[in-house]
Design a protein around this ligand. Structure first.
Ligand code: FES
Length: 365
């Protein structure tokens, strides 16, 4: 329940300035101030970003679009970036990254795909309603629309469509005139999220053509069949490529188009798996702040192994995107699970979710 209407919060923003000053200098505890502010309105806080759900709309059989109005602490984000979304249930705080599709009129739009077996998406799809409030993290992500007009090929699998859709809408609206092709890979036709919207964009912008590839049903007229393969690109101009989807999809795109594309931007939303013939080795993991030492292995991510050891490191996306799991490497060397690169510089920040120990390591954890 809220004692103050949400619409008042922006006009009451000046009240927070002196409180922030006092909290910064240690005269007030931010958590105490937040407790009072959140009692007045669940979307109010000194520095944390809370957002109220303003609208929800199904855009595919398994994907829900959410329109969120953040409080005045939100500093903005760009289409194509990711934002952490936190929800609390039964005293447990759960987080997950979602792509910003649009940020306009004081609201931002994301879309949530149902993940079978997931912990966050069932809550967002089934238990989050207009008027509810949730917390947002800082936006992050580096996908950018290419600057020249030789053309853009967008390749999306499943919910990988959402960051590309944000960039696409912004680019077409800003007058991009190069040829743009979007191939969206889904299992079933009902999963073609935003299909009507994409078709409307194609009618409005003749330089844009969307196509769909279906893998678990027979393909219809004009549709492609199966998973991504190079033959799907016959007759499609390949200049700048942006691809987003699970790690396997992104790896296939990299292999097929790496040598051909003028530029390649890839983003995966599942944790990377380092394919290597290297045998699994036993290593020693030292967690300096917890003063504990554990046996580990050279293949699983440090985040996974720290959790298995009973630690609870901060994390968000678990995909190397949001930086929430960044930790200092004190000694030893780690391997980046995405690229295979080794890092062994002491005091170097590493992302636990995409780093595996290459030998014995000590972490500031
Ligand atoms: S949890 Fe997001 S980068 Fe590691």
């Amino acid at each position: 329940m809220s004692l103050l209407p949400f619409s008042w919060l922006r006009s009451l923003r000046p009240v927070l300035g002196p409180l922030r000053y006092l909290a910064r200098h240690g005269w007030l505890r931010e958590a105490d101030v937040d407790a009072v502010l959140r009692w007045l309105s669940p979307a109010w806080a000194l520095t944390r970003v809370y957002a109220r759900v303003e609208g929800r709309q199904w855009v595919a059989d398994d994907m829900l679009e959410l329109r969120l109005r953040p409080n005045a602490n939100w500093r903005g984000g760009l289409p194509g970036q990711h934002v952490q979304l936190f929800i609390e249930r039964d005293g447990v705080r759960l987080g997950r990254s979602y792509s910003l599709i649009e940020h306009a009129g004081g609201c931002l739009t994301i879309a949530v795909k149902r993940q079978p077996g997931g912990r966050v998406s069932p809550l967002l799809l089934g238990q989050l309603y207009v008027g509810d409030v949730l917390e947002l993290g800082e936006p992050a992500g580096a996908l950018r629309w290419p600057e020249d007009s030789r053309g853009v090929l967008l390749l999306a699998a499943g919910s990988g469509l959402t960051p590309l859709l944000g960039l696409l809408r912004e680019a077409l609206g800003a007058g991009y005139r190069g040829p743009v092709t979007l191939l969206h890979y889904v299992r079933e036709r009902g999963q073609r999220a935003f299909a009507e919207h994409l078709q409307a964009l194609a009618r409005q912008y003749p330089n844009f053509q969307p196509r769909w590839a279906i893998s678990a049903e027979a393909a219809g007229d004009g549709e492609l069949s199966g998973r991504f393969r190079e033959a799907h690109l016959d007759g499609v101009p390949v200049a700048h490529v942006l691809a987003c989807g699970p790690a396997g999809f992104v790896a296939r795109v990299r292999e097929a188009l790496g040598p051909r594309a003028a530029s390649l931007q890839l983003e995966s939303f599942t944790p990377p798996v380092w394919a290597s013939d290297e045998a699994r080795r036993e290593v020693r993991l030292e967690f300096a702040r917890s003063a504990s030492s554990h046996r580990g292995d050279s293949q699983r991510s440090l985040l996974e192994q720290a959790e298995a050891a009973g630690l609870r490191p901060a994390h968000g996306c678990r995909q190397g995107i949001c930086a929430s799991c960044t930790c200092t490497l004190i000694a030893g060397s780690v391997r980046d699970l995405r690229s295979g690169a080794l890092f062994s510089e002491p005091q170097q920040p590493i992302r636990l979710c995409v780093s595996a120990p290459h030998g014995d390591v000590t972490l500031d954890l």
